[in-house]
Design a protein. Sequence first.
Length: 240
Amino acid sequence: MIEFDHVSFEYEKGKPVLTDLCLCIGQGESVGLIGANGAGKSTILKLILGLIRPTSGTVKVFGLETVKENLAGIRKRAGFVLQDPDDQMFMPTVLDDMLFAPLNYGMSREEAEAKADAVLKELGLEYLKERYNHRISGGEKRMAAIATILTMEPEMILMDEPSSSLDPYNRRKVINTIKKLPQTRLITSHDLDMILDTCSRVVLISGGRIAADGPAETILTDKALLEANRMELPLCLAGR
C-alpha cells in the first residue's frame, strides 16, 4: 500500500532529511515508525500524503505515484490523524467534523449521519455527537479525531503521536481503539509502550535512513540498538 523507492528529501539544499529510503508497507500491516526527534518520521507521513514531493526517488500509495493528479484519490482512501487534534477538529461540533469529509466526497447526508452514528457507537462515544469541540477534554478530542477519520472508511490510517499529552485513562482508551482497527496503520510515536501494544512491525529511522526494520518485539527489546539511536527501552521492559 506504501512504497518508497530510493527516496531522498531535503527542506534546504545540502541538508538532507531522508537519504535513499526504501520502504514497503503491505495491506493489513500495523507498523510503528520510531526514531529520535529530527529523524524524519513526520517527513515520511507528509510524503505519503503528497504534502511535499521527494527531492529524488518515487513514493507510491495504493500503486499511485504521489503526483498532483493522483492526490485526491490517495487522500480519499487514506485517513490522517494529526498530532494535535485542534489542527484537525475545525467545525463547531463533533458531528459537524465527522460529516465534513463524507459530504464533500459526495455522500448523502443521511448516509453520512448513519456512518457517523455507527462509528460513535463502536467507539462508545455517542455522548460526544452534539458536543462543541471547544468544550470537550483533550482525550475526548483525540478520540473524536479518530472517529472523524473512521467515518471516511479509509483503507489506511496514518497517525502522528496519537497518545501524546493524554492522561493514563485516555491513553489506554486510544490504544484499545487503535488495536481494534482493521485498516492498514502507520503510527509515528515516541511512546514505545504504545507501539509495542499496537504494532506488529517497527521501522526505526535514524539520520534519515532505516536503522532497523522487523518484528516490534525484536526491535523494542534490543536495548543496544535503541540506545545507539538515541532511544530507550519501553518502560514496561526497562526493568528486565
